[in-house]
Ligand binder design. Structure first.
Ligand code: DWN
Ligand code: SAH
Length: 398
């Protein structure tokens, strides 16, 4: 395997086994044609970058049937409102043009509607892009990369801020991404983006963050090193609670802005916790193996007591848990979810039926496996009735 940025040779240090497309919720007639790949991870020592080895082609994952909608969680709608407020407060003075990468259904950009700011979303998945367009948000149904960006000549060096959330780790060709940023951003323009944080994944052993779409798991150390290679620098890093622990990064061209003390502080923390080096990977691998064993024991005990277990929320992350731990229909009766595009289909790889929330209320289990553990506050609040009788489990601490 080779590092996707430096091209150095690296050895994959762990495999999660044969994996389907994480968001590939499937109809019964297509079971036999299902696509699988070997989900392996490696680490570039030069730029401290945690990354997948093989992965499906972007178009296999992001197309006209992408079943994840940013607006599916109230907590994220609120977070994006706050994120937009933060941008306006800190950088709003001269903000005229903003582009969001991976704008999905427009949940984030919707917050800029009544301001005199021109916003454009880049969103390759047609169905979610259409939702965004219907909301009146200018949305370009294309992958953000240099090839596509350079066609928009009128936008060259005109953009004040390029934003992204949970999208940059989905883009295998980061060089092309950065060339695109360079083409669009004004001289003092900013790239502000949030991504799941490697340090949080290590701390919680939340290995379910690793799946086909998440090509990279970033840290402050890796982002600093990557952007330095291309004439940019990291000027701020701010931890976020979203998606089980994320990091907001602010990047500018070199020597354009003051660097916030946070950057140094977090890099020191990452050294201490081995987030910036290979030792962290080895410990993580051992923790994943222990976590798998513990989870399988827990499920075995429940099944021995004849407990009915169902999954709560058919997340992308659940695909890794179920396939890595080999948990199927014999343990989990169904997975309930709020997304109509998933209901009636089956979970990728393990083919557990996806059911509506009504089905969950009418056929409650003894135990609910919380796959959307990152939204636990929101979910526990609305599922108080179930919690009175039933139990919650997860592969991470709840
Ligand atoms: O990075 C990504 C993040 C932002 O979103 C993408 N690659 C894909 C997706 O990951 P995920 O599927 O793990 O996201 P969530 O937000 O943890 O889970 C969303 C799923 O959970 C949806 O299918 C809706 C469902 N859900 C539910 O059924 N009831 C969610 C909530 C909050 C609920 O109350
Ligand atoms: N930003 C949203 C969506 C995250 S899901 C949120 O945080 O909720 C990841 C999104 O990135 C998907 O909608 C996917 O279609 C999009 N995406 C994947 N590759 C992309 C690329 N090269 N350019 C722009 N968007 C991309």
């Amino acid at each position: 395997m080779r590092c996707k940025i430096t091209n150095e040779k690296i050895n994959p240090f762990m495999s999660f086994g044969r994996m389907p497309i994480a968001n590939g919720f499937i109809n019964e007639k297509n079971f036999k044609k299902e696509f699988f790949f070997n989900l392996e991870v490696g680490f570039s020592k030069k730029i401290s970058l945690f990354q997948l080895n093989n992965h499906p082609k972007p178009k296999q994952m992001f197309n006209q049937n992408y079943p994840f909608f940013s607006g599916s969680s109230k907590g994220m709608i609120k977070h994006f409102k706050n994120f937009s407020k933060w941008i306006k407060k800190k950088y709003g003075k001269n903000l005229k043009n903003l582009i969001d990468i991976g704008s999905n259904d427009g949940t984030f950009l919707n917050n800029f509607k009544n301001n005199k700011i021109n916003v454009i979303g880049f969103e390759p998945s047609k169905n979610v892009a259409q939702v965004s367009k219907k909301r009146g948000i200018k949305t370009i149904n294309k992958f953000f990369n240099y090839q596509n960006v350079k066609k928009f000549k009128s936008l060259k060096k005109k953009i004040d801020i390029i934003s992204a959330a949970n999208a940059i780790c989905h883009i295998p060709n980061l060089k092309s991404l950065i060339k695109g940023l360079d083409y669009l951003l004004k001289d003092d323009g900013l790239f502000i983006f949030e991504e799941p944080y490697l340090g949080s994944m290590y701390e919680k052993t939340s290995y379910d963050q690793i799946y086909d779409e998440h090509i990279f798991m970033f840290s402050v150390s890796s982002i600093k090193k990557i952007f330095n290679l291309f004439g940019f620098e990291l000027i701020n890093a701010i931890p976020q609670k979203t998606h089980g622990g994320s990091m907001r990064y602010v990047v500018s061209r070199i020597n354009k802005r003051k660097i916030n003390q946070n950057v140094k502080k977090i890099i020191r923390f990452e050294k201490k916790k081995n987030v910036d080096n290979f030792e962290g990977c080895i410990k993580f691998k051992k923790n994943c193996e222990k976590s798998k064993e513990k989870l399988l024991m827990k499920i075995k005990k429940l099944k021995n007591k004849n407990k009915k277990i169902v999954g709560y929320a058919a997340t992308s992350k659940s695909t890794t848990i179920l396939n890595y731990c080999n948990i199927g229909k014999d343990s989990i009766d169904y997975i309930c979810d709020t997304t109509k595009e998933k209901i009636g289909k089956y979970s990728p790889g393990k083919h557990i039926p996806i059911k509506s929330m009504n089905h969950f209320y009418n056929n409650p289990p003894d135990v609910a496996f919380l796959f959307a553990w990152n939204h636990k506050k929101e979910i526990f609040k609305k599922e108080k009735k179930f919690s009175q009788k039933g139990d919650w489990i997860a592969h991470v601490k709840l």
